[in-house]
Design a binder for this molecule. Structure first.
Ligand code: GTP
Ligand code: MG
Length: 197
């Protein structure tokens, strides 16, 4: 799948104000700073399309980017950012939850996991919640460039093992580096295959 055009359409906190038109959309979620916005820029080959920051908590809204005038990539706020305080975290949680549970157009949710970290309770519980609500999702290990190949494989295998304690089988898994443009073809081809089906 080739991306010929990518443009920002709208940011908002309210799922009812997301674009109408029934186009399929693919959303990116995960802990703050995991690399959601960077991945959208990498996939679209547009560095400044989604705003990124080395400080967690950058994306606070639901952001729609129209791709090839035919489907959307959606950048969501990250969850679990401690410094936002309880009230701030609750607000973000309710934005994310209402989007995921109510957005009919959301065709697949990509859950991003930083490949450097051991399985975190917040991610494992989030995946469980997706399962309970029958939300279609994939897993994307990010920042692959930050580890050597041996360490990367060890971490990913350990992570999958942990998930298989809760799940009978795993959803599609992708391995990416936004720095090195790793995983781009695989992710775009996967989206293309769903769009064509
Ligand atoms: P929030 O919007 O705060 O939830 O964060 P986010 O998940 O959108 O993360 P963002 O894309 O803003 O990236 C966070 C930091 O990680 C930035 O400093 C990025 O440059 C860096 N980063 C993201 N992806 C990669 C990657 O693949 N490799 C490396 N080395 N750094 C990355
Ligand atoms: Mg972001």
């Amino acid at each position: 799948m080739e991306i010929k055009s990518a443009r920002f359409i709208i940011s908002n906190t309210d799922v009812t104000k997301c674009p109408s038109g029934n186009l399929p959309e693919y959303a990116f979620i995960g802990r703050s700073n995991v690399g959601k916005s960077s991945l959208i820029n990498m996939l679209t080959n547009k560095k400044g399309l989604a705003m990124t920051s080395s400080m967690p908590g950058k994306t606070q809204l639901i952001n729609h980017f129209l791709i090839n005038d035919a489907w959307y990539l959606v950048d969501l706020p990250g969850y679990g950012y401690a410094q936002r305080g309880k009230e701030g975290r609750e607000k973000i949680r309710s934005i994310i939850e209402s989007y995921i549970l109510n957005r009919y157009e959301m065709t697949c949710l990509f859950v991003l996991i930083d490949c450097r970290h051991e399985p975190q309770k917040i991610d494992v519980e989030f995946l469980e919640w997706l399962g309970e609500n029958e939300i279609p999702f994939c897993i994307v290990f990010t920042k692959a460039d930050k580890l050597g190949p041996v360490r990367f494989k060890e971490n990913v295998e350990a992570y999958k093992k942990r998930l298989l304690e809760d799940w009978e089988k795993l959803p599609p898994v992708f391995y990416t580096s936004s720095e090195k443009k790793q995983g781009r073809t695989e992710l775009l081809d996967y989206i293309g295959s769903i769009n064509d089906s």
